[in-house]
Design a binder for this molecule. Structure first.
Ligand code: 7PJ
Length: 290
């Protein structure tokens, strides 16, 4: 909100358009039995619980979420890997439930070319790849969809990334990575104005790296692309306060406010209802003048 560069404010997300003139909230729908922070909520007897999914999606949309992020692969540190077929089954099942029922943009959290293509055919409006299109075929698949892409920075891979995160200068290195990935995307035919940047809080970063990145978020915003921030319930909170997952909402809201003040355009959160209140306070504050 206070970053120097003014990112473009309209994103074409398939059949829908997303205005980023004011900050937007993306609700997280983890279609995994073993997720980092809400493991198995949408699963029953090892299967997608469509009723629970509808209830979660409805609560988020009614509260004002502009996007719902559907993911079928847990990327928490040390998570078990999932086969592409299993990931495909999970996310396609969820997209088929959510897509026709809610007026919302579906973001697909995946690194797989096959899953991206299938999601695009089923009507998703955005691709969110924590591996920034580095998997084989992902760049070409994403380009073919014509959809906006969120490029996230991660050091290492989910199963090992928290062992020994190491940077000379975390803000410069994350910025350089995002810029290089954007250039690769453009070389593959993805227009720069379809790209969203995400510093990847918690992905191969110590608590100190995470707080430094948050403090310097305006530097990432100044690169000229809309920035998405995923801070909800992350373990950087537990580095400051002894809080288990269920106790991290107040701290998550504080981090969300800091991200907005730092210029983030999209907040990826578990608690949409509460985050919308925080967004309303920050946007009203930002619009007030003498
Ligand atoms: C993020 C994500 C994030 C983006 C996850 C969790 C871990 N995608 N997927 N940014 N985090 N773009 O939700 O805590 O920070 S999974």
């Amino acid at each position: 909100m206070t970053g120097q560069a003014v990112p473009p404010t309209l994103l074409a997300c398939g059949r829908r358009t997303l205005s980023l003139a004011s900050p937007r909230v993306m609700g997280i729908l983890n279609i995994t039995p073993d997720s980092f922070s809400d493991g198995g909520l949408l699963f029953r007897n090892d299967r997608l619980d469509a009723d629970a999914l509808c209830r979660s999606a409805e609560t988020m949309v009614m509260a004002g979420a502009s996007l719902l992020d559907i993911g079928g692969e847990s990327t928490r540190p040390g998570a078990a890997s999932v086969s592409e077929q299993e990931e495909l089954d999970r996310v396609m099942g969820a997209i088929e439930v959510v897509g026709p029922r809610f007026d919302v943009i579906i973001s697909l959290d995946s690194s797989s070319a096959t899953v991206m293509r299938a999601g695009a055919a089923a009507g998703i409006g955005m691709i969110n790849d924590v591996r920034a299109l580095t998997r084989e075929g992902a760049m070409e698949a994403a380009a073919a969809t014509g959809l906006p892409i969120c490029l996230m920075h991660m050091q290492g891979e989910p199963d090992t990334m928290q062992r020994a995160p190491d940077y000379h200068h975390v803000v410069d290195e994350v910025s350089k990575f995002l810029e290089e990935r954007r250039q690769s995307c453009q070389a593959a035919g993805i227009a720069a104005d379809k790209i969203i940047y995400d510093p990847g809080f918690g992905f191969g970063k110590t608590p100190s790296h995470n707080f430094t990145l948050l403090r310097h978020l305006p530097d990432i915003v100044a690169l000229g692309r809309p920035v998405l921030a995923g801070l909800s319930r992350k373990s950087m909170i537990a580095s400051v306060l002894e809080r288990d997952m269920a106790q991290r909402l107040p701290a998550s809201l504080a981090l969300a406010v800091l991200a907005l003040v730092g210029g983030a355009s999209i907040l990826r959160v578990h608690d949409v209802v509460e985050t919308m209140d925080a967004v309303a306070m920050v946007t009203t504050w930002a619009e007030s003048s003498l």
